[in-house]
Design a protein around this ligand. Structure first.
Ligand SMILES: [Zn+2]
Length: 328
């Protein structure tokens, strides 16, 4: 009888065979491009901590969206920076506020581009927290139910402007159900909800706060964002959002939370998104600028790891470049 020998792994040796059996391939439609639209600028303004990322003027947003679509992207995620902030975040849900106008501009130029809107109050609150707050001497409390009501109103106003998906990023309790109910009541039964099911209190959000001009003026967000040490809690949070009617579950940040992404995708079997956040972007940019690695190769490796870990959608500041690189 012929002795069985360990055979070499031939599939890996030839580029053609390697490509044939590759398990994970990136496509332009895996990516969602976050865009910042600011009422405070009249032309694009660079964000120092995020090379290549800009705040856009309201007059520029449709052009930028069109470029994203032409590169092959199917979706953008809009964040707004208002001229005025107050303690009720009224610029979040006013009919002609910055995001509402941007959505209309994008939709009239690119009707087929999926527009996702960030639904939160921190960019619109004078104190920079994600909800209505009450100060008790040294301590502050975020008032959950009052916040949820404003979030639901914000989501409906985004839908009225033409948004396809609303993305509540606040992490208040019960907000997905409240938003679903408000959307349905207003006749927007087809508008989907992408919920930040697991948003961790992360060190990697720093550059975003410059981009969105939303650093908290006091305290931090640890009372409503999750402890990076907790994975089971993330699954419980995601389960609540599923029960409340979330259509897409989002995990944020990305690379330090691949296990969460994997478990959420496996457990719920729902479309799952991951947000490769500003600090992760800045870190790779800095590494590449210092010659530690080649940018494109590093970005591809990271994005592949996110998709391999279960991401159906990847929100990344490289979305447009990725679409172009993939086409090459
Ligand atoms: Zn927020």
């Amino acid at each position: 009888m012929r002795k069985l020998v360990h055979r070499p792994r031939r599939l890996r040796r030839s580029p053609a065979l390697r490509n044939l059996v590759r398990e994970t391939a990136l496509n332009a439609h895996d990516f969602v491009l976050p865009l910042f639209v600011s009422e405070k600028v009249t032309s694009r303004k660079a964000i120092a901590s995020m090379p290549g990322v800009f705040q856009l003027a309201p007059s520029e947003i449709a052009d930028e969206a069109e470029r994203a679509r032409d590169a092959g992207l199917q979706a953008i995620l809009l964040f707004g920076i208002p001229t005025t902030k107050d303690e009720e975040a009224s610029a979040a849900y006013a009919e002609n506020a910055v995001v509402q106008q941007a959505v209309r501009a994008v939709k009239s130029r690119c009707p087929d581009l999926v527009v996702i809107t960030d639904v939160c109050l921190c960019e619109y609150m004078s104190h920079g927290h994600c909800g209505v707050t009450r100060l008790d001497g040294e301590h502050f409390h975020v008032l959950n139910d009052e916040t949820v009501e404003l979030l639901a109103g914000t989501a409906v106003s985004h839908a009225r402007a033409g948004a396809d998906i609303v993305a509540p990023s606040d992490m208040m309790d019960g907000r997905v159900a409240a938003i679903r109910e408000a959307l349905d009541a207003a006749g927007f039964t087809d508008i989907a909800i992408m919920s930040y099911a697991a948003k961790f209190a992360s060190a990697f959000y720093g550059p975003f706060r410059e981009a969105a001009e939303s650093p908290p003026q006091f305290g931090d967000r640890r009372s409503y964002q999750m402890d990076p040490a907790n994975a089971d809690e993330a699954l419980r949070e995601a389960a609540l959002d599923v029960d409340e009617g979330a259509d897409i579950l989002l995990v944020k940040p990305a690379l330090p939370y691949l296990d969460i992404l994997w478990r959420v995708r496996e457990r719920f079997g729902k479309p799952t998104a991951v947000y490769h956040v500003s600090g992760e972007y800045a870190m790779l940019k800095a590494g590449a600028a210092n010659g530690c690695f080649e940018e494109r190769a590093a970005v591809f490796e990271v994005m592949t790891s996110l998709k391999r870990a279960g991401a159906d959608l990847i929100i990344t500041y490289w979305a447009k470049e990725l679409a172009e690189w993939i086409r090459e």
